[in-house]
Design a protein around this ligand. Structure first.
Ligand code: NDP
Length: 262
């Protein structure tokens, strides 16, 4: 039997075990997907082997630790420098980032796009920024504070914080912050958000649990999507890596979706 897990801290609220177990059960695969609360990111590799895992998803706050501890990094994860999926092959850990491509699949029906504004400068912003850049879409990033913008310095993005940002014309506005998740805040001051969305066509919110103030504001004039589809797409891509098999995406998404509705 194969064993998979999501590793993070905190981890009790993760819906990945339900998503993956639903799919594994429906595919009649002899495997279980569990969760593991890791205390120290430095122990990630050791724990992976101690738990005898075949593969894992890595979540907050260990994606950078995973990058540092894999034997081999594949694809766009080399640029993002963060890993959310690990598979074990010949006792080596191979790292991938499926958030980036999960996002791109989610906005396929918005393409072609020329320009994007990303709000937020955390790990999710980085995955999305590189995914867009790979498709030659121009990316501006605006963050509440300066510090995290430094991680994007010299990587080919235009960087702003709230105080020096004057919105340009963007095709899509993407919220990658957790503003509005547990409160009613916007990710950008109201006047800046309104100017940013004025000429846009689309909006994307990585939050999938609820319609945030950002989503509700954008919904008035733009075509909007929330993070549910991105979550499912990254899950499908991870499952394909775990089982080394290409699946019919819609079928796996149908298997995984009930996990989001509990
Ligand atoms: P990080 O902690 O790495 O980054 C958070 C960013 O949000 C920072 O830039 C921070 O700004 C900004 N921020 C946080 N709160 C506010 C606020 N109230 N107003 C303005 N800016 C704020 O988080 P992640 O990138 O890891 O995750 C962000 C979100 O993405 C989470 O809600 C997570 O659940 C979601 N997510 C969704 C996925 C999906 O598949 N749909 C996949 C992965 C993540 P500052 O630097 O100033 O602190």
């Amino acid at each position: 039997m194969k064993l998979f897990a999501v590793i993070g801290n905190p981890i009790e609220h993760s819906i990945s075990p339900r998503m993956h177990n639903n799919a594994l059960k429906n595919l009649h695969v002899n495997a279980i997907y569990t969760r593991y609360c890791l205390q120290n990111g430095k122990d990630l590799r050791k724990k992976f082997f101690d738990l005898n895992l075949n593969g894992a998803n890595i979540t907050i706050p260990f994606k950078e630790d995973a990058f540092a501890q894999c034997d081999e990094i594949k694809g766009i994860a080399r640029k993002i420098k963060a890993i959310n999926t690990i598979i074990k092959k010949d006792d080596k850990l191979i790292g991938y980032n499926t958030d980036a491509h999960g996002f791109m699949i989610s906005i396929e029906d918005f393409l072609p796009l020329n320009s994007a504004l990303i709000i937020g400068a955390g790990g999710t912003a980085k995955a999305i920024a590189f995914a867009l850049k790979e498709k030659s879409i121009k990316v501006d990033i605006v963050n509440r504070s300066q510090k995290r913008l430094e991680d994007f310095s010299g990587l080919g993005f235009e960087l702003y914080h709230w105080q020096n940002f004057s919105p340009k014309i963007y095709d899509i506005i993407i919220n990658t912050t957790s503003a509005g998740l547990n409160d009613e805040s916007l990710p950008l001051p109201k006047d800046l958000l309104e100017k940013s969305i004025k000429n846009a066509k689309f909006a994307f919110d990585v939050i999938y649990h609820k319609q945030t103030p950002f989503f509700l504001t954008c919904k008035k004039t733009l075509t909007c999507k929330n993070g549910k589809d991105m979550l499912l797409n990254q899950g499908v891509l991870a499952l394909e890596l775990f089982l080394e098999k290409k699946f019919h995406t819609k079928q796996i998404k149908d298997f995984m979706t009930p996990a989001l509705e509990l």
